[in-house]
Write a protein that binds this ligand. Structure first.
Ligand SMILES: *Cc1c(COP(=O)(O)O)cnc(C)c1O
Length: 399
């Protein structure tokens, strides 16, 4: 069946079922300003909509599909686990959860894992562990930082527009300016003892702003001096996205708590808190939990993801990141390029939202991170040709 623009419609999708789905849009709580596109299939770095148009996916499902859509090893691991066991609960051990805990602990050099289902949940767990381990409640976070939409994580999110209508938030959270050590010292100092300093190695939602090594080291030092924990939110920056397994590895720091989610299972929902020995000792049975946490299928997929993040992949991240950064600065309307690896942004001389829409019309999915910040989060497996293809489309759109 052929529809507008001469493209072939997906077999099996009738006009009637299509319009039923259109009508159901009003049955969805409008928490997102969705584009008028329905994605039905993905393969590698591309996705297809319900009218068979293809898009080069430089949003990666918001930093989730790190290995590309339907990555063979991850798909196979999930399929095999679906055929064995979907769920058993945390009253028992399951093999994929144990394997994943072992793999992540090894990558961080010794830690205990708590598994949940999202980045916000991982940060909630981290905030609770920080309170229990220190016996303190105050938190210092960064202006512009993002840690999730649940009430605790939202309270540590340094974007006041996201708080509107949801207060009162957690008391005792102070904010410091990123890469400003004086501001950090000021935020740490007022009365009451500090449980944790929470930072993203690269502020993702807050405009793709990398932390400077000097600032990160100062944060680690201040935390140690005042007896607080250093909590590094690697939900967006982790799993190879910046060219190392964890982005903090490039900052010369050793966090006490690390959170992961987005790319961990390449698209299945999962979050993880990694707590270094010593910190983890504060937590015992009954202190925290999650019914779905450690789901066998999500953990089996995550094991395949972690195993796929090897030197060759990290080298590709660095090479493609350089290629894109160099290409982007040459484009008209680009004032600055920043980020690390394949967590990249171009600061534009115009509204980024309009550019996102035009890119989509040209077959390229990209994101924003603020009004004039265009954000690129392609799969880590993109080829040189795919990066060139994206740059060509951007060049056409920004012309
Ligand atoms: C996306 C994100 C979160 C929240 O993750 P959800 O899975 O949406 O809850 C937390 N921290 C950072 C740095 C993120 O980018």
């Amino acid at each position: 069946m052929t529809v507008g623009r001469g493209v072939t419609k997906r077999p099996g999708m009738t006009d009637a079922s299509n319009s039923l789905l259109q009508a159901s849009r009003s049955a969805v709580l409008p928490t997102y300003a969705r584009a008028d596109v329905t994605i039905v299939r993905g393969e590698g770095c591309r996705v297809w909509d319900d009218e068979s148009r293809s898009y080069l996916d430089f949003g990666g499902g918001i930093a989730v599909v790190g290995l590309g859509h339907r990555h063979p090893a991850v798909t196979e691991a999930a399929h095999a686990q679906l055929d064995r066991l979907w769920h058993a609960s945390n009253l028992y051990w399951t093999e994929p959860m144990l394997r994943l805990a072992g793999l992540l602990s090894e990558r961080i050099g010794g830690a205990q894992a708590f598994f949940c289902n999202s980045g916000a949940e991982a940060n909630e767990a981290a905030l609770k562990v920080a309170r229990k381990a220190t016996g303190r409640s105050r938190i210092v976070a960064l202006e512009g930082g993002f840690h999730g939409r649940t009430l605790g994580a939202l309270s540590a999110t340094g974007q006041p527009a996201k708080w509107e209508g949801f207060g009162p938030l957690l008391p005792g959270v102070s904010f410091a300016r990123p890469n400003d050590v004086e501001s950090l010292e000021a935020a740490v100092s007022p009365g009451g003892e500090l449980a944790a300093i929470i930072v993203e190695p690269v502020l993702g939602e807050g405009g793709v702003l990398p932390l400077e090594e000097g600032f990160a080291r100062a944060a680690a030092e201040i935390a140690r001096e005042v007896g607080a924990l250093l909590l590094v939110d690697e939900v967006q920056s982790g799993l190879g996205r910046t060219g190392t397994f964890f982005a903090y590895e490039q900052l010369g720091i050793e966090p006490d708590l690390v959170t992961l989610a987005k790319g961990l299972a390449n698209g299945l929902p999962i979050g993880a808190l990694l707590a270094r020995e010593g910190v983890a000792g504060a937590i015992g049975p009954g202190d925290h939990g999650s019914t779905f946490g450690g789901n066998p299928v999500a953990c089996a997929a995550a094991c395949a993801v972690v195993e796929a993040i090897d030197e060759a992949l990290l080298e590709n991240v660095a090479a493609r990141g350089d290629q894109l950064a160099h290409g982007l600065v040459e484009l008209p309307g680009v004032r600055e390029v920043r980020g690390r690896g394949l967590l990249l942004a171009a600061l534009l001389d115009r509204d980024a939202g309009g550019v996102v829409d035009e890119c989509r019309a040209h077959g390229l999915l990209v994101l924003t991170a603020g009004t004039d910040v265009l954000r690129l989060l392609p799969p880590l497996v993109i080829t040189e040709a795919e990066a060139d293809e994206a740059l060509a489309i951007l060049s056409e759109v920004l012309r």
